[in-house]
Design a protein around this ligand. Structure first.
Ligand SMILES: Cc1cc2nc3c(=O)[nH]c(=O)nc-3n(C[C@H](O)[C@H](O)[C@H](O)COP(=O)(O)O)c2cc1C
Length: 194
């Protein structure tokens, strides 16, 4: 049986994006043959462990129309630890997720920035792979991909609610889907390498 390692690397200031990250991690870990790992950028990152991963899924809250400053600091650190160290993430899979208070909240800008970051490392981007939800008269907030993103997984957390209730279950299921999709793609790549 093919095996692969999927890592989730995220930042969360107040716990909402951490819940989304846990859901991505759970989705990846449910796939047979996958070892899923999760890392917060607030901790000392074990760069050698990340080098072993077949796929890295990046996530950050959207702050002021882009990934949070703490996540950006992690991205900037990879210039030395990954890029200049010999392109250590080249040909790995990548995907992204973000969470913010508004339904749009300019989350797309964060996902685009994360996709560009992945491209700078020569990674292969995996999209969300779900049709948009809640975009018809029969749709609802319970739909998978209720926020209608294609590039990655989006979640929305009301500004006055804590991480105990936000983001919504539908957003967490959407995040789980992304984790599983990246995991399955990682196994396809592993089989292809033989
Ligand atoms: C500094 C700052 C900037 C923010 N900017 C945005 C924004 O651009 N768009 C938005 O919809 N929400 C914005 N928010 C709301 C957060 O995205 C939202 O509270 C999110 O759930 C926080 O995630 P976290 O708990 O993982 O930090 C901002 C919050 C902070 C603290």
């Amino acid at each position: 049986m093919s095996k692969a390692i999927v890592a989730v690397v995220y930042h969360s200031g107040y716990g909402h994006t951490a819940k989304q990250a846990e859901a991505v991690f759970k989705g990846a870990g449910k796939v047979d043959g996958i070892t899923a790992k999760i890392y917060s950028v607030d901790d000392d990152l074990p760069w050698e462990e990340l080098e072993q991963a077949d796929a890295i899924i990046f996530g950050a809250p959207t702050y002021m129309g882009g990934p949070s400053a703490q996540f950006k600091a992690f991205q900037d650190a990879t210039s030395k630890t990954v890029f200049a160290a010999g392109g250590k993430w080249k040909n790995k899979l990548a995907a992204g997720f973000t969470n913010s208070a508004s339904r749009s909240g300019d989350k797309l800008a964060s996902l685009q920035q994360i996709a560009i970051f992945a491209a700078q490392h020569g990674m292969h981007w995996v999209s969300l792979g779900l049709p948009p939800g809640n975009n018809s008269s029969t749709g609802s907030e319970e739909d998978l991909n209720r926020l209608g993103f294609f590039l990655g997984a989006a979640a929305q957390s009301n500004a006055d609610q804590g991480a105990d209730v936000a983001p919504s279950q539908s957003d967490l299921r959407t995040a789980e889907h992304l984790g599983a999709r990246v995991a399955e793609t990682a196994l396809q790549f592993a089989r292809g390498r033989g």
